[in-house]
Design a protein around this ligand. Structure first.
Ligand SMILES: Cc1cc2nc3c(=O)[nH]c(=O)nc-3n(C[C@H](O)[C@H](O)[C@H](O)COP(=O)(O)OP(=O)(O)OC[C@H]3O[C@@H](n4cnc5c(N)ncnc54)[C@H](O)[C@@H]3O)c2cc1C
Length: 481
């Protein structure tokens, strides 16, 4: 089977067309920026504003007073300098997928600096690294590399910004065989709060290099470029299997006792529980096998046959594929309004499986409940990065919304209650690392920074924050130090 790629929604936008009067009326503090770079400033008066202003989670109703869309680094520097001098709130976005949209806090009185036009991919001569723009989107990167027979891990969803995804950790289909996104960052170019630019790598500002890789989302400065590791395209077997609700107990029993404890490093993926139709819950097994160097895909096909033999398993798709075609053909998730919670667990254990089965007995909300696998190379410690979750774990981020629209406070409260109940039941199993969080997928309410990073790392990060951003100008990211 070959996959039919879909086109990514274009991140290109026409130049802004505001008049000076519009800016003078709506955000006069930006007039000096407008006078230099009129084509990068979009307010509500610009026809493009609507398409570039909202976050992925549409439950975030805050919209920025202005979107600044830099085309080059000097635009970023000028924007940061003006925002800091005038005290206007500034949030940074690339893919815009941050579930809790911490970057949108208070920007109804300020700026979203939208990095998506700074999207570029340059491959090094030795084809071992690439320099990419700070607003590069994962799907675009995968396609650009694939055209040259190259590859690097990205997240599941093609619209995630590479910077936003990788700086906090960067989990995906190839974490167990290649390591996390954070393990691929070799260098970062950053605009600091005073507007200056620094090149950061293991020799230059190694303290900031350590901090950015694991605690780097929007709290140190604006990333304008990243240098990342790349590889010759590997042999991949990817696909999905679906299992109907009546078979979940038998499948999850086998999963918890035989599959989970023995998952090979070649396999990464996800179990996804969801009910796109209210009363028809599905369990999807996202299957991703990456052959070790020199191996063919024989072992992968054998492993897939085993999964196919799970009770009631129906193959939706399976193919030896290049990753770019696969990921672009899977692009089904659209921006939506939802609530999130989440927890990290030791594994898909029997007790956790039981909570999932009970919870989905009679679903009255739309819910998405993935279980991301983290093992293999993803757990290899790296003392040059502060990323803390270097132990085998499974992430359970929950997103939910009421079956009926429009949203009302009463409906929201019911959804919040349901999510909280599932969370409490999961924690009560004793199989969770309560408080430890992967902040890209787990919201602040379920995050305890000390449980996540440990006291010593947290203190070191706080000291560095005072050194590099003493006024806490970059305060719309995470972790909140
Ligand atoms: C549908 C969906 C699927 C997902 N799948 C995965 C997955 O497979 N694996 C995974 O690990 N995560 C996944 N996530 C979570 C994802 O990694 C986070 O949402 C992440 O924040 C996305 O980054 P972004 O650039 O798209 O978001 P944005 O909202 O643009 O940014 C997120 C954060 O990064 C900061 N940031 C972004 N760009 C820059 C920059 N250039 N300089 C400095 N700071 C910057 C922002 O300030 C913000 O704090 C998924 C999320 C969604 C909604």
């Amino acid at each position: 089977m070959t996959f039919q790629p879909t086109t990514l929604p274009s991140t290109d936008v026409p130049p802004a067309s505001l008049r000076r009067d519009d800016v003078a009326r709506e955000i006069p503090e930006l007039l000096p920026l407008y006078d230099q770079f009129p084509h990068i400033i979009y307010t509500k008066s610009d026809p493009v504003y609507e398409t570039i202003s909202s976050a992925f989670n549409l439950s975030i109703s805050t919209l920025p007073l202005v979107v600044v869309r830099p085309l080059e680094e000097s635009h970023v520097q000028a924007t940061v300098k003006i925002a800091r001098a005038t005290g206007i709130p500034l949030g940074i976005r690339s893919g815009g997928s941050e579930m809790s949209a911490r970057n949108y806090r208070d920007v109804d009185k300020g700026i979203i600096i939208d990095m998506r036009s700074m999207c570029s991919v340059k491959v090094s001569h030795d084809r071992a690294s690439a320099n990419i723009g700070g607003g590069t989107i994962g799907g675009d990167l995968a396609v650009a590399l694939s055209k040259q027979g190259l590859f690097t891990p990205i997240g599941w969803h093609p619209r995630l910004g590479y910077a936003g995804w990788s700086l906090a950790g960067g989990y995906g289909l190839y974490s167990s065989s290649y390591g996390l996104g954070v393990d691929h960052i070799m260098g970062v170019r950053l605009v600091l709060a005073d507007g200056s630019v620094v090149d950061i790598d293991k020799s230059n500002h190694p303290d900031l290099f350590w901090a950015l890789r694991g605690a780097g989302n929007g709290i140190w400065g604006v990333v304008t470029q990243l240098t990342i590791k790349i590889y010759p395209a590997p042999k991949l077997l990817v696909g999905t299997l679906e299992i109907q609700k009546e078979n979940w107990p038998a499948v999850l029993d086998r999963w918890a006792n035989d599959i989970e404890p023995n998952l090979p490093d070649e396999i990464a993926g996800e179990l996804y529980f969801r009910n796109p139709t209210l009363d028809k819950p599905q369990m999807i097994i996202f299957f991703a096998w990456c052959a070790k160097e020199g191996d063919d895909l024989k072992k992968g096909w054998e492993y897939f046959e085993m999964m196919k033999s799970l009770p009631g398993a129906v193959v939706q798709r399976i193919s030896e594929s290049d990753f770019a075609s696969y990921i672009l053909s899977e692009m089904t998730i659209q921006p939506a309004s939802f609530q999130t919670r989440g927890v990290i667990a030791k594994g898909m254990t029997n007790k956790i499986a039981q909570v999932i089965i009970n919870n989905w007995k009679d679903p009255s909300f739309y819910m998405g409940f993935p279980c991301h696998f983290i093992h293999g190379k993803a757990t290899k410690p790296d003392p040059t990065a502060c990323f803390p979750l270097r132990y085998r774990h499974r992430i359970f981020p929950i997103s939910a919304r009421h079956a009926e629209l429009p949203r009302t406070p009463e409906r929201d409260a019911l959804v919040a209650e349901a999510c909280a109940r599932v969370l409490e039941e999961l924690k009560a199993t004793g199989d969770c690392y309560v408080g430890a969080a992967y902040e890209n997928l787990i919201p602040p309410i379920d995050t305890d920074l000390e449980a996540t990073f440990g006291k010593e790392t947290l203190e070191k990060l706080r000291a560095l924050k005072k050194k590099y951003d003493p006024d806490n100008f970059f305060s719309r990211g995470y972790p909140v130090l």
